[in-house]
Ligand binder design. Structure first.
Ligand code: G1P
Length: 281
């Protein structure tokens, strides 16, 4: 069993980029083929050895709780028919882990959402998955790769990928010094010493952007409590992590795998085509 057991899913956002679809349906429940985005994230966490899912929801998100639960009427209706197999995957998910929920009452940013989840996490290292970053791998999932790194380095880990310079204002961008580790490809591990939330291209410290996978140590909660609103007037996890980076406690990892930005319509369509071609129907 992994020493990281809990995974936090911030899922309180409005999903305005997908209106009107997200007026009554949480964006995390939008399906890529037949599976909601959030279920892909939960499956990635289970694959990484995590068994406790902590979901930060908000108003209008009740369908998330219903999804990760038994629907007796539906089970009864399709029991013994060919359609029963459609529920196999979600049943396996429900059996493999527990789910707990807390509500973010005010939307004050990703850092605030993570701090809201403290009540579900307590005093242990935990993963954070932003479900609209959908990742796929031929072998180990991204979170699984990151948990291994955590087990070795025992500090915060953020997943990064190279972006075009003009996209820097969509991401947290990091900079730092390469860590030499014979187990990892040259340049794939960086000891972070700077990070900026959504900088203009001219101010970006590098072309390495954070994607929605983090392993955090619980001392991040104390830092978040002291973090002032930053970009867009919101409490940013990037700003809190910068404080940890200043004392050498953040590693950035260029992960193996494919990632889709399902927070945008283009990325969502690419993910749908990719999984369709792959045969995950
Ligand atoms: C959030 C983070 C940002 C990160 C991104 C990854 O931004 O604030 O640092 O790069 O997720 O998807 P959001 O996309 O929620 O605006």
């Amino acid at each position: 069993m992994s020493i990281v057991k809990k995974c936090l899913f911030p899922a309180a956002g409005y999903g305005t980029r997908f209106l009107p679809a997200t007026k009554a349906i949480p964006k995390e429940m939008l399906p890529v083929l037949t599976k909601p985005l959030l279920q892909y994230g939960v499956e990635e966490a289970i694959e990484a050895g995590l068994n406790t899912m902590a979901i930060v929801t908000g108003r209008g998100k009740r369908s998330i709780e219903d999804h990760f639960d038994i629907s007796y009427e539906l089970e009864h209706q399709i029991k013994g028919t060919a359609k029963e197999s459609y529920l196999t995957e979600i049943r396996n998910v429900i059996n493999a882990c527990t789910f707990s929920y807390t509500r973010q009452v005010e939307m004050k940013g990703l850092g605030h959402a993570i701090l809201t989840g403290e009540t579900l996490i307590g005093n242990e290292p935990f993963a954070v998955v932003l479900a609209d970053d959908l990742c796929d791998n031929k072998t180990d999932g991204v979170l699984s790769q990151m948990v291994k790194l955590y087990e070795k380095y025992k500090c915060c880990v953020v997943a990064v990928e190279e972006i075009s310079p003009e996209d820097s204002n969509k991401y947290g961008v990091i900079a730092g010094d390469t860590i030499a580790d014979e187990k990892y490809a040259k340049g794939s591990l960086v000891r972070v010493n700077d990070m900026v939330e959504k900088p203009d291209p001219k101010d970006a410290p590098s072309n390495l952007a954070i994607i929605g996978r983090y392993i955090l140590t619980p001392d991040i909660f104390d830092v978040l409590r002291e973090t002032k609103p930053g970009k867009a007037g919101e409490i940013q996890i990037t700003d809190a992590l910068l404080e940890m980076a200043k004392i050498g406690k953040v590693i950035a990892y260029k992960f193996d795998g494919t990632r889709f930005d399902c927070g945008s319509v283009d990325g969502f369509v690419q993910a749908t085509n990719y999984f369709y071609e792959k045969g995950d129907k």
